[in-house]
Design a protein around this ligand. Structure first.
Ligand code: NDP
Ligand SMILES: O=C1O[C@H](COP(=O)(O)O)[C@@H](O)[C@H](O)[C@H]1O
Length: 421
């Protein structure tokens, strides 16, 4: 199989990836600024004849989590192991009911970097969804932690703006939101201060009230401060009698070397089964449906080959700008922010052979084969760019470098398009 192109751009990016079938199977990933598209991510598949796409899958964003690996399962761990996945309320209630320690135990969730974009857009809404669905334990506390000064009330106000009742049952949603917000608190501190984390520990203990207490730290911060935060959290704020786990967001380093160094550094403070790595794209409906479509659909399964597919395009676009995220984004750029992880995962899922089973390990093995079989990218095939200011419909949109958090002379790419095969 040959894949031809990758391209992507941030901000407002639109990514596209395509695979050419026949002898020239290819992928193209791209992203473009302020492109008006009906959805965030699309996959286009083109048949060998020059016809239009045979189908398009779209998805407009979902709260998503994919946690791996799963730690060993004591009754308590089993029920909390799914902490950030949204399952049906029946499933959640059954799980909660099966936890014999439920009454005596508690979970404290600390969102490190709570003032940021991901926390606002995804983590707090996801936690609320879990609460609404009965998937959080009876006793739990959520702490936001970041350097910004905020009171509990200010955090609640910030969080309340992004909570939605997106789940079928809408009754009592307002009431549930109020209950949820009352369980949210804020502690301001530096990411590299053991002392500040020790203060957090004290506050957590007050809420935990002497119960068996497990602690989850969600690192919603730029990766260059992961280690500082993990060191301080594990030194000064680990659970004394329950589990302590850390969720790490992508990107896991800037390159292979720094990724290995990051893992090594994390392991100074945590065991592998305490570290949960997330690529939220894997939990999106579009992506989950891809596996179902490919392997459980009798019509598509036999057609999913280079004999019948000439070209596939993965398009990712966003119609908003950096919006204060330059502190993180400008150090990473669109390739590391989106392409190396989310889009590459989609490409691998799309192009892999049928796995032996749908177990994580078997799927991973097939993905690895796809990545190994890809030709090295050629610099001359790659297009990069950065979005500029423009006016549309009487509204002027700022350029990437107009953002206060972005250096005025930044050359960080926000757009990228590349073929791969
Ligand atoms: N935004 C998204 O949709 C997604 C983001 N991610 C990942 O999540 C992590 C956080 O992303 P996001 O919330 O967008 O990032 P932000 O840039 O919003 O950063 C989060 C918080 O970290 C603190 N921070 C930012 N820059 C620095 C810095 N240079 N030094 C110290 N602290 C800093 C700020 O809090 P304060 O100043 O108050 O301390 C900020 O509110 C990143 O690893 C990102 O790759 C992953 C998937 C999606
Ligand atoms: O990982 C990231 O993803 C978001 C886009 O995710 P979505 O679920 O909102 O479509 C992107 O905005 C952000 O830059 C990036 O870090």
């Amino acid at each position: 199989m040959e894949m031809a192109a990758f391209s992507s751009m941030h901000c407002p990016p639109s990514y596209s990836s395509s695979i050419n079938g026949g002898r020239n199977q290819s992928f193209i990933f791209s992203a473009s600024p302020r492109v008006s598209v009906p959805a965030r991510a699309k996959v286009f598949v083109q048949s060998p004849g020059n016809s239009h796409q045979n189908f398009a899958l779209m998805q407009d964003g979902a709260v998503a989590t994919k946690v791996s690996p799963v730690a060993k399962e004591t009754p308590m761990e089993k029920s909390k192991g799914d902490l950030l996945s949204v399952t049906s309320s029946k499933e959640c209630d059954e799980k909660a009911g099966s936890d014999i320690n439920e009454k005596e135990s508690t979970v404290s969730i600390t969102v490190v970097g709570a003032s940021g974009d991901l926390a606002k857009k995804k983590i707090f809404p996801a936690l609320f969804a879990l609460y609404y669905e009965g998937c959080l334990p009876k006793h739990f506390t959520i702490y936001g932690y970041a350097r910004s000064k905020m009171t509990d009330a200010e955090l609640r106000n910030m969080v309340s703006k992004t909570l939605t009742c997106r789940i079928d049952k809408r009754e009592n949603c307002g009431e549930k939101m109020d209950e949820f917000l009352k369980r949210c608190f804020y502690h301001s501190g530096q990411y590299d201060s053991v002392e500040n984390f020790a203060h957090l520990d004290k506050k957590l203990k007050e809420h935990e009230g002497g119960r068996v207490s497990s602690r989850l730290f969600y690192l919603s911060i730029p990766p260059n401060i992961f280690i500082d935060a993990v060191k301080c959290a594990s030194t000064a704020a680990s659970s004394g009698n329950g589990w302590t786990r850390v969720i790490v967001e992508k990107p896991f380093g800037r390159d292979s070397e720094s990724s290995a160094a990051l893992t090594k550094a994390l392991k100074q403070y945590l065991n592998e089964d305490q570290i949960f790595r997330i690529d939220h794209y894997l939990g999106k409906e579009l992506v989950e449906n891809l596996s179902v479509l490919r392997f459980s659909n009798l019509i598509f399964e036999p057609l999913w080959s280079r004999q019948f597919i000439r070209n596939v395009q993965l398009i990712f676009s966003e119609d908003f700008g950096t919006e204060g995220r330059g502190g993180y984004f400008d150090h990473y750029g669109i390739i590391r922010d989106i392409m190396q992880n989310h889009l590459l995962q989609i490409l691998a899922l799309f192009a892999m052979e049928t796995p032996v089973s749908l177990d994580a390990e078997d799927i991973r093995n097939e993905k690895v084969k796809v990545l190994r079989s890809m030709r090295p990218l050629r610099l001359e095939d790659v297009v990069i760019g950065q979005y500029k200011s423009h006016t549309k419909g009487g509204v002027t949109y700022p350029a990437y470098t107009d953002d206060n958090t972005v250096p005025k002379d930044s050359l960080t790419p926000t757009l990228r398009q590349l073929p791969c095969s």
